[in-house]
Design a protein around this ligand. Structure first.
Ligand code: ADE
Ligand code: ZN
Length: 338
């Protein structure tokens, strides 16, 4: 078995994927045709060629503009079903999926249309493919805390369908503290908490500290700058906080894939995980991210299985379900080495 096929078949858990970031150009064109939306590109190849980002804001501008084709419940169903089908083909057994309701409700799409479509796809994917998933509702940090709070309140009738809340979009000038009240309310409502701490932002390290001490998150999305502060690393390791690193994404919006960071975090006993972020925009799903990490760190089966175990450990699942997934990873490793 080659190391690439080991990676492809390794039972995996994805914890950092934005469902809107899985919108492939081909599906964008199909939805545009269905909804009578005109796209500023002639075909999918031309659209892909325009995906040239140099930092987070340049990516986000194109990314949010590309969501205009998502209008109906059926669109969100098709989007999520396409992702879950791809995830299943890469042996993702379980995924926690971000969605950005404000990016849709601001365009006049009903919150119910978004979540009904996503939920129906989740149910079908579990029944037809056996891939399980839960939703994480992200607030857009460049909008106000009031807007985030209104979104949180709007989501409450759907609480049973949402495992946690997160924070994404442009971090510059939008620190964790801006959303302390919203996240405190989310905690009271029973949601799990995470936040993006994107790479090389102003005061990235301070933001990670605030995520832990002020907000009380149980995971951090990206968070690679934690390595600049040994005491922060020690705390994250001691608490077993998951860090959802996305190497291919990092290569697009920073100066490199930060794969060395994954190795250093593993060495420090931190619960680092490997994920895809916005695979339709960055050109790689979870398996391609694992392959990149494997190449750069020269990881063998044990190291790769460790990354997969980290993700199941960091998942927002009951202990008994984590243990079942961990046993599947262990069995896979034993059989592939036997
Ligand atoms: N939205 C989608 N991907 C993102 C990322 N990597 N950082 C912040 N917001 C995002
Ligand atoms: Zn992200």
């Amino acid at each position: 078995m080659t190391i690439d096929s080991f990676i492809l078949d390794l039972p995996k858990c994805e914890l950092h994927v934005h469902i809107e970031g899985t919108l492939e150009p081909e599906l964008k064109f199909a939805l545009a045709a269905r909804n009578g939306v005109t796209l500023p590109f002639t075909d999918a190849a031309q659209m892909r060629a325009a995906y040239a980002f140099h930092d987070l804001p340049s990516f986000l501008a194109l990314y949010y503009g590309g969501m205009d084709v998502l209008l109906t419940e059926a669109d969100f169903y098709d989007l999520a079903m396409a992702y879950l089908t791809r995830a299943h083909a890469q042996t993702v057994l379980y995924a926690e999926i971000f969605f950005d309701p404000q990016a849709h409700t601001a365009r006049g799409v009903r919150f119910g249309a978004v979540i009904d479509g996503l939920r129906r796809a989740q149910m079908d994917a579990e029944r037809l493919l056996g891939v399980r998933s839960q939703l994480i509702m992200c607030f857009l940090r460049d909008l106000s805390a009031d807007s985030a709070m209104a979104t949180l309140l709007e989501s409450l009738p759907y609480k049973a369908w949402i495992v946690g809340v997160g924070l994404d979009s442009d971090e510059k000038g939008n620190p964790p503290a801006k959303f302390a009240c919203v996240f405190a309310r989310a905690r009271d409502e029973g949601f799990q908490l995470t936040m993006h701490c994107d790479v090389n932002q102003e005061d990235s390290v301070g933001h990670i500290w605030d995520c832990v001490n002020l907000i009380g998150v149980s995971r951090i999305d990206h968070g690679v700058n934690a390595l600049e502060d040994p005491s922060l690393c020690a705390l994250l390791a001691e608490r077993g906080l998951g860090l959802t690193v996305c190497p291919i994404s990092n290569a697009f919006v920073t100066d490199g894939p930060q794969t060395d960071v994954v190795g250093r975090m593993m060495d420090l006993g931190m619960r680092v995980t490997v994920n895809s972020d916005d695979p339709a925009y960055f050109g790689g799903y979870i398996a391609e991210n694992f392959v990149l990490v494997q190449r750069d760190l020269n990881l063998g089966p044990e190291g790769l299985a460790k990354l997969s175990r980290n993700a199941f450990e960091a998942a927002w699942l009951p202990r008994s379900q984590k243990d079942r997934y961990l046993a599947v990873v262990d069995r896979y490793l034993a059989v592939s080495q036997g």
